[in-house]
Design a protein around this ligand. Structure first.
Ligand SMILES: Cc1cc2nc3c(=O)[nH]c(=O)nc-3n(C[C@H](O)[C@H](O)[C@H](O)COP(=O)(O)OP(=O)(O)OC[C@H]3O[C@@H](n4cnc5c(N)ncnc54)[C@H](O)[C@@H]3O)c2cc1C
Length: 406
């Protein structure tokens, strides 16, 4: 087994130097979208800085499954940035879905598993190796745009404020509506369209002794208030990631109680793959509301593009967000930088990015919205699980709907 106890990734620049350097591209957020974009842009010899409010490694609420798209994008990143860049993942060999005391095995040998501690740190190391400058513990607070530059105000962990100037700003800060943007006329936080009935994410990691989960096997528990996935990570620990309706949190004393109730309700007489009592001793982390649409390009300036979850996100049941984030990073950098390594005019780049993003991702988002709607009907889910438990062809068609493989 590989350990995911990685050493802290030291900054490669200090904030004072970052504040006096004229940057071509600054990236806010060092998740898969931000780190992949930083690596790709730095490989083109541009001056690139990427910052994160947290240090790396850091834990993250995530199911840690890598879709076929994510694996393909990681392979492409290696070819395009550094052939020695390799992310080794565990291959998934099966999926079990449980609902209302029924269980079905679904053929699902199309993806990989890797902890976010390992994945995000590995991606950030690749960006640094490509010559991008890395500034952790630094939060983007706001920015001002004029005709030539974007001025980003950042705050360090010791609360000191600095301004950083860049030609293009890439917002890859995930589900957090991170920055206040000051344009010529006003100051705003970009509006986020969120549907009613939105869920939030909860997650934690349990010790390897936390339950009888087989390696390379994903277990998804679907209940009326949400769903929860379990998978064993590369160091043997168990990743727990859930999407729950806020009402089940309001009805419970703690988030751990809410999750334990969801599991009891879902598994009933089927053996639960973890000991639910362990949840109350673990540090559960939560996310903002999951489903939203904010937009690829900021309304104040075509110099500010969004990547990954910052553009928009649909619930995580199908486990595709990392692939979408990596793909958006490639599409954004292809739009921003021409074949000679120069920045394209921002209007042209932003139009190309919006178009290629829509062509590549809208159909995936539509399928995920359909799946997340179906998951809100306990009757539909338990009928499908019972049928899949008896008829392999139905199990196969559920797998195809989840993965999008026809
Ligand atoms: C419960 C759950 C399960 C999931 N399971 C899966 C799965 O199995 N497979 C899959 O592919 N996807 C899954 N996802 C989705 C996946 O986690 C995201 O789509 C993916 O992390 C998006 O990457 P990103 O780079 O856009 O954002 P993130 O990974 O969220 O990274 C954003 C970064 O920005 C930083 N940041 C935020 N605000 C600021 C600021 N103001 N200044 C500086 N830094 C900032 C954060 O610290 C963070 O490091 C799941 C999500 C949830 C909630």
């Amino acid at each position: 087994m590989v350990s995911n106890n990685l050493a802290t990734l030291n900054p490669s620049i200090d904030v004072q130097t970052a504040a006096t350097t004229p940057w071509d591209i600054v990236v806010v957020g060092a998740g898969p979208a931000g780190t992949a974009a930083a690596a790709r842009a730095a490989t083109k010899q541009l001056r690139v800085l990427f910052i994160d409010r947290s240090p790396l490694p850091r834990p993250k609420v995530c199911g840690c499954c890598l879709s076929p798209l994510a694996l393909a994008e990681l392979a492409d990143l290696s070819t395009s940035t550094a052939p020695q860049f390799r992310v080794s993942t565990l291959s998934l060999t099966g999926l079990t879905i449980v609902s209302q005391g029924h269980r079905a095995s679904v053929p699902y040998a199309t993806g990989g598993v890797l902890s976010r501690i390992s994945l995000d740190t590995c991606l950030a190391k690749n960006a640094i190796a490509a010559n991008a400058s890395w500034l952790p513990d630094t939060r983007g607070v706001s920015c001002t745009v004029d005709h030539e530059t974007v001025t980003l105000t950042v705050q360090t962990s010791s609360q000191s404020e600095h301004t950083i100037q860049t030609k293009r700003l890439l917002l890859a800060a995930g589900l957090h509506n991170a920055l206040r943007i000051h344009g010529n006329t006003d100051s705003h936080r970009p509006p986020r369209n969120r549907p009613p009935n939105n869920r939030i994410g909860l997650g934690t990691t349990l010790p390897s002794t936390g339950g009888p989960i087989s390696e390379r096997h994903l277990v998804m528990a679907v209940g009326s208030g949400g769903y929860c996935g379990f998978v064993r990570l590369e160091d043997g620990s168990i990743d727990v990631a859930a999407a729950v309706h806020p009402s089940i949190l309001q009805q419970s004393a703690t988030p751990a109680d809410a999750l334990a109730r969801l599991l009891t309700d879902t598994f009933q007489d089927v053996e639960c793959p973890i000991d639910p009592s362990l949840l109350s001793h673990s540090s559960l982390r939560a996310t903002p509301q999951l489903t939203h649409y904010t937009g690829h390009v900021d309304s104040q300036s075509t110099r500010i593009l969004r990547l990954g979850d910052a553009v928009g996100y649909v619930e995580p049941f199908t486990g595709e967000g990392i692939g979408w984030a990596l793909l958006s990073a490639r599409l954004a950098t292809e739009a921003l930088i021409d074949s000679r390594g120069n920045l394209r005019p921002s209007q042209e780049a932003s139009q190309q990015y919006q178009q290629t993003y829509r062509n590549a991702l809208n159909q995936h988002h539509r399928r995920c919205r359909m799946v997340s709607l179906a998951l809100r009907s306990p009757f539909l889910v338990s009928t499908a699980v019972r049928a899949a438990g008896r008829f392999p062809t139905i199990a196969g068609s559920i797998a195809r709907t989840i993965t999008g493989n026809s």
